[in-house]
Design a protein around this ligand. Structure first.
Ligand code: GDP
Ligand code: IMO
Ligand code: MG
Length: 440
């Protein structure tokens, strides 16, 4: 019953898609358990780029069982577009299964997301405006429309009517929008139901069957620990739990089904959208990392904010997830800096030192990073395939991170390509590494 969870250990965009695609080769199924098409996961195979928002990153293996779990919020229009785009590129999508219990993003969720941001003005969160927050809000308010509702016209219409009613006031500026017409919306969503019907299933049961047979299931997280609605930098977070604990609930399995938890972190930090970011860099250094790392959002194209690696936040993410393995991506991006800095603690406005993530938001907002300086390296890392291929300073950097975080580094990213990774001995010892993913 090996279950392996892959989660973002920062503010998202850590390279989860690439790592999931890599590990999926030796997994039997890949399941997404939270988030929606606010996610953007990029995979580069033989120079060809693939961008996925909703479909699990295992889809590029023909016939691989890929599951969109009950914890995901689905915009069916986007899902159908993504399926069509994959089919057009000759990808076999027959292995996709969608939970009948997953909630649907509706046209009014998109409008409410944008209207909410506009109302907040300078206090806005910087959401992806994909309707994620309003959809999860309706789920909690028990006003959500679920995938299974697409298969019953009467129920669908009734539920849409009930869900739209309490939003009348907020939606008043859009009341003439034809997308909000009950009949049109019902018809549109019924059409989506017909298109998706072949993929709809009881995915919790499917997961149980796979795990019971001893098959290897990879739980693919979206976003990252610091965007977690309970433990992240609230309110500048997403509306789900991108933590390993949520993998169980969002896929419909129990905690005993999880064997390994891999946290993915860049060798530095990025964040899209507003909110505290203690190790953020401005001006030349921040811009240099942005340009070298190609740090522009996969989903919205927004420039990502950049900064040094934040070990306070990373230790916090390791604890929240009980991380058993740490993957460090984009190490190649740091080549060429004379000195590299890492944030090892925060200094509060009143002079206190914080080794642990402060629990009070006001404190967090006013911290400055305490930086430790490490040696840089000049060499290009793109061709490195073993630890010994790396410059000594890069090895020192990884050792420092691993010791600070208290988790073994299993895999290191040295470029966007699928083959641009280094497996460490610790990686070879993992469930997936032993099974042939790691080169001998
Ligand atoms: P995700 O949301 O966590 O899947 O990450 P994204 O796909 O949004 O962003 C990560 C970006 O970094 C993508 O463009 C990847 O192709 C790229 N990437 C992943 N790993 C590496 C790496 O080790 N080095 C470099 N240079 N790029 C990487
Ligand atoms: P992946 O899976 C980075 C951020 C948004 C915003 C906040 C709330 O590619 O790592 P939302 O639309 O979710 O209500 O926006 O969360 N955000 C992400 N940042 N990577 C993501 O996904 C993100 N998904 C949401 O920028 O700050
Ligand atoms: Mg992304």
């Amino acid at each position: 019953m090996p279950g392996i969870v892959i989660v973002g250990a920062q503010w998202g965009d850590e390279g989860k898609g690439k790592i999931t695609d890599l590990l999926a080769e030796h997994g039997d199924a890949v399941v997404r358990f939270q988030g929606g098409n606010n996610a953007g996961h990029t995979i580069v195979r033989e120079g060809v780029e693939w961008k996925l928002h909703l479909i699990p990153s295992g889809i590029l293996y023909p016939g691989k069982r890929c599951v969109i779990g009950n914890g995901v919020v689905i915009d069916p229009r986007v899902l159908i577009e993504e399926l069509d785009a994959l089919r057009a590129r000759r990808v076999d999508v027959s292995g996709l299964r969608i939970s009948s219990n997953a909630h649907l993003i509706m046209p009014y969720h998109l409008l409410l997301d944008s209207a909410g941001e506009a109302k907040l003005g300078s206090l806005q969160i910087g959401t992806t405006r994909r309707g994620i927050g309003p959809c999860y809000a309706d789920k909690a308010a028990r006003l959500g429309i679920r995938v299974q509702d697409l298969l019953d016209e009467k129920i669908l219409k009734k539920k849409i009517m009930a869900a739209m009613e309490p939003k009348r006031l907020s939606l008043r500026p859009f009341e003439k929008d034809p997308k909000l017409d009950l009949h049109t919306m019902t018809e549109e969503y019924l059409t989506y139901g017909h298109r998706l019907e072949q993929h709809i299933a009881d995915t919790s049961r499917l997961m149980w069957e796979l795990l019971d047979r001893g098959e290897k299931v990879i739980f693919e997280g979206a976003q990252g620990a610091m965007l977690d609605i309970d433990h992240g930098t609230y309110p500048f977070v997403t509306s789900s739990n991108p933590l390993a604990g949520a993998a169980c609930v969002g896929a419909g399995v129990g905690p005993k089904n999880i064997d390994e938890i891999w946290g993915i972190s860049k060798a530095y930090t990025t964040r899209v959208g507003a909110g505290p970011f203690p190790s953020e860099l401005h001006e030349e250094m921040g811009e240099a990392i942005r340009q070298r790392g190609g740090e522009f959002g996969t989903t919205t194209g927004r420039p990502r904010r950049t900064g040094w690696l934040d070990l306070v936040a990373l230790r916090y993410a390791a604890r929240l997830n009980t991380m058993t393995a740490l993957v460090v991506t984009k190490l190649d991006v740091l080549s060429g800096f004379d000195r590299i800095q890492v944030c090892t603690s925060y200094r509060g406005a009143e002079g206190a030192q914080f080794d642990d993530f402060p629990y009070h938001q006001t404190v967090l907002h006013h911290t400055t990073p305490e930086l430790t300086e490490l040696r840089g390296w000049k060499e290009d890392l793109g061709e490195c395939r073993t630890l010994s291929d790396l410059p000594e300073a890069a090895r020192e950097y990884l050792l420092f991170i691993s010791e600070q975080v208290g988790a073994p580094v299993t895999l290191i990213g040295v470029g966007p390509g699928r083959e641009q990774v280094i497996w460490t001995d610790a990686g070879r010892e993992t469930l997936i590494g032993r099974n042939g993913s790691a080169p001998a």
